[in-house]
Design a protein around this ligand. Structure first.
Ligand SMILES: Cc1cc2nc3c(=O)[nH]c(=O)nc-3n(C[C@H](O)[C@H](O)[C@H](O)COP(=O)(O)O)c2cc1C
Length: 207
């Protein structure tokens, strides 16, 4: 099997632009993507983009959201309620998974192995198979319970990568701040990109 996709789980935290940038970065690098969008993420998508995401018309809706022609993209979509989908099993050879953005509910569910939907089950599978898992939480402030769940994810081997853009890369737009977070995710996955100006060791160089 040559196709070893990255599973991207979009949960219902604010921050759909982060998911868009990560998916775009993977597709630009020619990486296969398997996408899962939680039920709650449909609300944040509607709120943040105006797009009503429909399982039956996912290709059309996704192409509008990502603003790209997906005909040539190696992208597979799995409904969040489909617990028989490929990524629900460890024998489905995914490379790893990113949950972006990660709601506190998704963080909790993954930390305790709840597997209440395909997104959480795929994350649990990623942990059990010792594959890379990146979780991008978006909430502020954090409750003590979320902090504990994040620590549990770290202990399980996941990389907790908060949606916390930095300003040293000389961002002049919101998109550049979004890209900063996506760049950190792609760096962890080892996927090449040119989303940001990297720190050179020289103060003010990116300005
Ligand atoms: C417009 C909107 C914005 C939300 N933003 C956040 C957020 O930033 N962080 C978060 O943890 N939950 C947020 N929520 C709440 C989650 O959607 C909710 O906890 C949901 O149960 C998450 O389910 P999921 O993890 O299955 O996607 C938001 C909900 C809505 C409707």
């Amino acid at each position: 099997m040559t196709r070893r996709p990255w599973v991207i789980g979009v949960s219902g935290a604010s921050g759909t632009p982060y998911a868009r940038a990560v998916i775009g970065g993977l597709l630009d690098a020619g990486e296969p993507v398997d996408l899962v969008v939680s039920r709650a993420a449909r609300l944040t998508l509607l709120d943040e983009t105006g797009i009503s995401f429909r399982d039956q018309h996912w290709a059309e809706d996704l192409s509008r959201w990502l603003d790209r022609d997906l005909a040539a993209a190696d992208l597979r979509y799995w409904p969040a309620g489909d617990l028989g989908a490929g990524p629900a099993s460890g024998s489905y050879l995914a490379r790893g998974m990113v949950v972006v953005p990660a709601s506190t509910a998704a963080v909790a569910g993954i930390a305790i192995g709840l597997s209440k939907d395909l997104l959480q089950r795929a994350a649990d599978v990623t942990i059990k198979e010792r594959r890379p898992l990146v979780v991008v939480p978006r909430e502020t402030p954090y409750t003590r319970s979320t902090l504990r769940h994040l620590l549990e994810l770290d202990e399980a081997g996941a990389v907790v990568l908060p949606a916390s853009p930095a300003f040293y890369a000389g961002a002049k737009s919101v998109q550049q701040l979004v890209d900063f977070v996506a760049a950190k995710v792609l760096d962890v996955l080892g996927v090449p990109h040119s989303l940001i100006t990297r720190w050179t060791g020289e103060l003010g160089a990116a300005r």
